[in-house]
Design a protein around this ligand. Structure first.
Ligand code: ATP
Ligand code: MG
Length: 357
């Protein structure tokens, strides 16, 4: 089924329905997108009947997976009160009020079952003029849910749009609202910004809007701005509370270890890998060519390429202490890396006998 066929099925049973949000936004920008948000007059029970499914709903939203699409079908609703970020919602029959509860006009453009635009809030105009405009009362919208502040910046960054000036001013004066947001949400939004080709704009906006402090970030201005997400995370020096994945943590600590050395040589590239070395090089302002050519000149690229292993050392030197064997192995490895010893079995064994016997 095409995405609009979901709308046709709902419409055939009499339920007004539109595609709204990110899918519509990206469709009109000519971008691919696979998360489809459908807003509909049908209740979750109606939706189950129309599509002959019996899955559970998540606060009135039913998810259908239809490779490559993930389709969330959500009943028209309005929010009647807020506690924390969680609104109390009631279902309604008209789409218009459902659009008012949304964050920005560019996220409230509807597509009907012929992929025609229905756009009572003027989001398509804002999309064309690259403007992030808040729907309704700016202060109220940002106070109700401060995540919207980060969403505004995220959209401005990833599409290279501008935040409308009154909203911009409000954000600039109310950055402290971000303090109530969980670090998980902060990481999600910042990751999207730092992954964008316009990451520099993210840094400029966060700084100009005075949000760094409320986000627990501090720019490391002694470094150059790196080009990749992980490098940028190091550049913004986040507080401990940010819940990075294990993998991200490991990479950040490896890159920081290189930075602490202050220079990038053969041993560093060998130990921490070319990817991490390149990012550290970005931060230190060392040319990528230089790092790549050092890497290319490495006689071995990983420990497993060394032609002798721990067992060889053990038998040649008649040793038992694995601590000692490890120490000797890293000595041999280092000599091979420096180029003072060729990675050939007879040469390395000779070296062992002459230096470690
Ligand atoms: P993306 O999927 O790229 O993150 P999106 O705009 O589709 O962007 P979703 O979280 O999928 O974001 O939300 C779908 C739609 O729901 C949004 O386009 C917007 O209309 C509305 N929405 C999402 N989050 C909020 C929010 N915090 N406040 C108000 N409306 C929101
Ligand atoms: Mg979406």
């Amino acid at each position: 089924m095409e995405v609009q066929d979901y709308l046709k099925k709902l419409k055939n049973k009499g339920y007004t329905s539109y595609i709204v949000g990110g899918y519509t936004r990206d469709y009109l920008l000519g971008l691919n997108s696979f998360d489809v948000d459908i807003t509909t007059a049908a209740t979750p029970n109606d939706v189950r009947k129309v599509f002959n499914i019996n899955g559970k709903d998540n606060f009135g939203s039913i998810r259908i997976k239809d490779e490559p699409y993930i389709i969330d079908i959500t009943t028209f609703r309005k929010e009647i009160s807020y506690s924390g970020r969680k609104p109390k919602v009631v279902f309604i029959e008209e789409v218009l009020e459902d659009l008012f509860r949304r964050d920005f006009t560019i996220n409230a453009i509807c597509l009907d079952d012929n992929l025609e635009v229905y756009d009572p809030l003027g989001g398509f105009e804002d999309l064309k003029s690259k403007t992030i405009r808040v729907i309704g009362d700016i202060a109220k919208k940002f106070q109700e849910d401060p995540l919207r502040i980060l969403r505004a910046i995220r959209f401005a960054v990833i599409y290279d749009f501008e935040i409308e000036e009154n909203a911009y001013r409000f954000i600039k004066e109310n950055g402290r609202l971000l303090k109530s947001l969980s670090y998980k949400r902060k990481i999600e939004e910042l990751d999207l910004m730092f992954n964008s080709p316009f990451y520099q704009k993210a840094l400029d906006l966060l700084e100009d809007l005075n949000l760094l402090d409320a986000l627990g970030l501090k720019l490391e201005k002694d470094y150059f701005v790196p080009k990749t997400r992980i490098g940028i995370w190091i550049y913004v020096n986040p507080v401990e509370a940010y819940p990075f994945s294990k993998l991200d943590k490991k990479r950040m600590s490896d890159i920081r270890a290189i930075l602490a050395l202050g220079d990038i040589d053969r041993k560093t590239i060998f130990t921490y890998g070319i990817k991490n070395a390149l990012i550290a090089g970005n931060l230190l302002g060392i040319k990528e060519d230089k790092i790549v050519s050092i890497y290319d000149s490495l006689p071995i690229k990983s420990e497993s390429e060394l032609v002798i292993d721990g067992d060889t050392i053990k038998s040649v030197l008649n040793l038992n202490s694995s601590l000692k064997i490890g120490k000797i192995k890293s000595d041999v490895l280092y000599e091979v890396l420096k180029g003072t010893l060729k990675n050939e079995r007879s040469i390395l064994i000779k070296y062992l006998l002459e230096n470690w016997k």
